[in-house]
Design a protein around this ligand. Structure first.
Ligand SMILES: [Zn+2]
Length: 73
């Protein structure tokens, strides 16, 4: 039995729990331009969104960062 296994597993579970809590309970970002709330579950449309978060506004199509600020593409 690996002695380091349990602490590592507990750490991984705790990290996952924190991430889930963060995702579920954070307020949705609002589009700076049109005020539309951005969906919590987003599908990254490109590598940049996958890496850094951010949205393509469903209301006006603007590129937004993770906080709903307009990005200057
Ligand atoms: Zn918008």
């Amino acid at each position: 039995m690996e002695e380091a296994f349990m602490p590592a597993l507990i750490g991984a579970v705790a990290t996952a729990a924190v991430l889930i809590i963060f995702i579920v309970f954070r307020k949705p970002a609002k589009c700076e331009k049109c005020g539309a709330e951005q969906p919590k579950v987003r599908t990254p449309e490109n590598m940049n969104q996958a890496m850094w978060g951010g949205y393509t506004c469903p209301g006006c199509g603007s590129q937004l960062d993770a906080r709903g600020k307009l990005k200057k593409a």
